[in-house]
Design a protein around this ligand. Structure first.
Ligand code: FAD
Length: 480
């Protein structure tokens, strides 16, 4: 009997656990270790953050799902890995205060991002200066602050709201774009839009870069760039933008930034939601040998992300010309029974063109691994582990330079007058070898659209995925 331990019940790990439970759970042991006792549908926290969705509608208690899917649930945080063949166990700090050693034959690390607010002094909800929607607690806190601001606006106040990224190498610009669009829509609905200056503040080199080097696609029969597309949306909504800026320090009501030319400046705000730099949780996880040796460097890179089968260390000019540098099976090279999925795996480098200012500050969006990408990787890794257990060899692989992704960013939540931007890209990471055009992507598939149908799609995505993640009948036919 094999034991497979998955750590992290997000898009990647929870998807992996469902497949593993379904295929192996009855004959083998599948264990899920997660910090929280619920799965959170992160994309809908944008709606929680404007008070348009009940937080309870975005979470699924894990234990009942795993009981049905033959997965043992351990509620706690992974703190140590002992990966050498004579040991192979993890240490979990349990939510009830105890610790547990869990032995494994295969380990899947899917711990998502560590929100590194400390990389920008003064950033984050704990400082009281800026808000976040990256965890459910943060989204609820942000909602409360936003609704308080709305009350002040109703009394006649004016305000400046800044939404975007809080570090030169932050990612998740898509979530910031969606949040600012939802705030715009909410303020219009409340008749308060004219009392607010809305500013999108981002480290992207161009609007619509989204950390994936922007998108060139057909829109209404013409080739357009995502920069042109997002600019048109922002002009229409009266949203101003400040891009190519690294937030260096935050003080109450003030962002101190540096731009791509190395100039320094300040942006004031009354309310700000800024996404922090992401690191990997590996920065807090110890990796030890049988005699206490430190083996951390074999599993995690300096940023705490799991080293897998990518080609690391290539300069950007070589990386962008080598689609095979991106990992295909997400397997650790030192310990072939350890895999990573979702944001936890270390990408070989940025997708957006990196930039360093004359003062040495990096302003370069880190590569996103969105929910869909994380789910796909979770499935690939799970199917390979199932293969290894049953046949002794892996048969699944998919690089981000081959992967298709769709992103739907809502503008409000109404099915009658709402809207959404739909971005379909193939591949996620440009492959200039296969698609030697300006964007490095398949122009037949890559597509941008905006309209009411997108609002319906976003609504359906929420409900369909909540269904899938409950592991209810037919969950496997719903694609990641
Ligand atoms: C506001 C917002 C909106 C977004 N909207 C979209 C969208 O519309 N579409 C889209 O595709 N993507 C969207 N994304 C991105 C998407 O949410 C992420 O890409 C996705 O959640 C990543 O999945 P993951 O499984 O890698 O990590 P996560 O979903 O973060 O899951 C990681 C899990 O691991 C747990 N964990 C961490 N450390 C430990 C530990 N030491 N021990 C045990 N458990 C641990 C965490 O608690 C968490 O449950 C959005 C992100 C944000 C913040």
């Amino acid at each position: 009997m094999a034991t497979i331990v998955v750590v992290g019940a997000g898009f990647a790990g929870h998807t992996a656990a469902l497949y593993l439970g379904h295929h192996l759970g009855k004959k083998h042991e599948v264990v899920m270790v997660n910090k929280y006792d619920y799965f959170g549908f992160v994309p809908s926290w944008v709606w929680v953050g404007t008070g348009r969705m009940d937080p309870q509608k975005t979470i699924i208690p894990l234990k009942p799902v795993y009981d049905r899917m033959h997965v043992r649930f351990v509620h706690g945080a992974l703190t140590e890995i002992h990966p050498e063949p004579e040991e192979q166990f993890v240490v979990v700090q349990k939510a009830d205060g105890g610790t547990e050693q869990v032995a494994y034959d295969y380990l899947i690390i899917a711990t998502g991002p560590y929100l590194n607010f400390d990389a920008t002094p003064g950033l984050g909800p704990h400082t009281g200066n800026t808000y976040s929607i990256c965890t459910l607690d943060h989204a609820i806190q942000t909602r409360d602050a936003y609704l308080e601001l709305v009350q002040r606006l109703e009394k006649g106040d004016k305000a400046k709201i800044v939404i975007g990224t809080g570090h030169g190498t932050a990612t998740c610009q898509g979530a910031a774009f969606e949040y600012i669009s939802n705030i715009h829509k909410d303020l219009v609905r409340r008749g308060l839009r004219d009392r607010v200056d809305l500013v999108f503040f981002s480290n992207e080199p161009a609007l619509g870069d989204f950390g994936i080097r922007g998108v060139t696609a057909r829109y209404k029969g013409q080739l357009v760039t995502s920069a042109e597309f997002v600019e048109a949306v922002f002009r229409d909504f009266g949203i101003q933008w400040e891009i190519g800026r690294a937030a260096k320090k935050i003080e109450p009501g003030r962002i101190y930034w540096e731009d791509m030319d190395g100039n320094f400046g300040e942006t004031t705000f009354d309310f700000a939601m800024l996404v922090p730099q992401f690191k990997g949780h590996g920065i807090h996880i110890a990796v030890k040998g049988p005699n206490g040796e430190d083996l951390h460097d074999k599993i995690f890179n300096a940023g705490g992300f799991v080293i897998v089968d990518g080609i690391y260390g290539l300069p950007y000019e070589r990386l962008e010309r080598n689609p095979d540098a991106w990992p295909s099976v997400y397997q650790n090279p030192w310990y072939p029974n350890i895999f990573a999925a979702g944001i936890a795996f270390a990408p070989p480098g940025p997708i957006s063109v990196p930039h360093t200012t004359p003062n040495g500050t990096k302003i370069a969006p880190a590569p996103p691994r969105t929910g869909m990408i994380s789910g796909i990787i979770g499935r690939i890794v799970a199917l390979n582990v199932i293969d290894l257990v049953k046949k002794g060899r892996m048969t699944h692989d998919e690089r981000m330079t081959e992967m298709f992704a769709a992103c739907v960013a809502s503008v409000g939540d109404s099915l009658w007058d709402g809207s959404a931007v739909i971005l379909v890209v193939h591949p996620v990471v440009p492959d200039f070898r296969r698609y030697p055009n300006e964007g490095g992507r398949d122009l037949f598939v890559t597509h941008m659209e905006m309209g009411l149908s997108g609002a319906w799609m976003k609504f359906l995505i929420h409900h369909t995925f909540m269904y899938k993640f409950k592991g209810l009948p037919g969950w496997r036919i719903i694609p990641e």
